[in-house]
Design a protein around this ligand. Structure first.
Ligand SMILES: Nc1ncnc2c1ncn2[C@@H]1O[C@H](COP(=O)(O)OP(=O)(O)OP(=O)(O)O)[C@@H](O)[C@H]1O
Ligand SMILES: [Mg+2]
Length: 225
């Protein structure tokens, strides 16, 4: 028991150090980015503008990895309140819809009546954004992503369904591993964060995938059990 506690303390310390280092690191790359941007505007350097653009892109990529890491390590206890998942989805839907539209994809809601459950709205938003973003990215042009809710076996189920090509077995095994990504500009942290948010809601994520698309299910215990 004592050993376990010591291990946990060490983990916490490493987490806190990580947060500290990330902050400092981010401050310094932001400065570098500023200078690169300034230089890339100089006419005498226009020949190598391409390189500046690549540098800025890479810095932005590092920055988004740090952003996601910080979001994850803010393992702040969630503030769970009895709420209806449909209400939360409806509130954030316009933003998700706009994102899909910009990408040439469609997104629709199929929400059925479900009981209230313990939710942290801001964490749920993040979960929804990450799962729908993956679904939109996996969809063909003009494809439709569906956000569904229903009640089954005393669980409130959130389903995000896409019409993509599905996830191959080898990739499926790696999913949820930090920094695992198949996308050129992905960080591979989206699903890691989803799993962490689900866990803190006592919810389970399951995946159903095939050649006609993929569904991610988040199953929340409704507390009726
Ligand atoms: N709906 C989906 N359809 C097909 N593949 C998916 C789907 N969702 C996730 N994946 C696969 O899982 C990988 C990991 O997803 P995750 O969201 O963690 O990271 P990412 O989308 O690559 O990057 P990030 O979310 O950090 O921008 C993706 O790169 C992709 O290969
Ligand atoms: Mg993602």
């Amino acid at each position: 028991m004592e050993e376990e506690m010591a291990k946990l303390d060490r983990l916490k310390l490493i987490g806190q150090m990580g947060v500290g280092i990330s902050h400092e690191f981010r401050n310094s790359i932001t400065t570098v980015r500023g200078f690169i941007q300034m230089l890339s505007g100089r006419s005498e350097l226009s020949q190598i503008k391409e390189y500046f653009d690549i540098m800025i892109e890479e810095i932005d990529r590092s920055d988004s990895i740090i952003t996601e890491f910080l979001a994850l390590s803010k393992n702040k206890a969630l503030i769970l309140k009895k709420d209806n998942i449909n209400t939360c989805i409806n509130r954030i839907f316009p933003m998700i819809h706009a994102g899909a539209y910009n990408d040439g994809k469609d997104i629709k809601l199929e929400l059925s009546n479900v009981p209230d459950i313990d939710l942290d709205e801001s964490a749920l938003r993040q979960l929804l954004i990450n799962l729908t973003r993956n679904a939109i990215e996996a969809s063909p042009l003009n494809g439709t992503v569906t956000i569904k809710t229903y009640y089954e076996d005393e669980e409130v189920v959130l389903q995000i369904k896409d019409e993509g090509k599905g996830i191959e077995e080898t990739i499926l095994k790696e999913i949820g591993t930090p920094f695992f990504t198949t996308k050129e500009s992905g960080t591979g942290m989206g699903l890691v964060i989803c799993y962490s948010i689900a866990e803190r809601h006592n919810a389970k994520i399951t995946i159903d995938t095939g050649l006609n698309g993929t569904s991610f299910y988040v199953r929340f215990n409704s507390g009726d059990r």
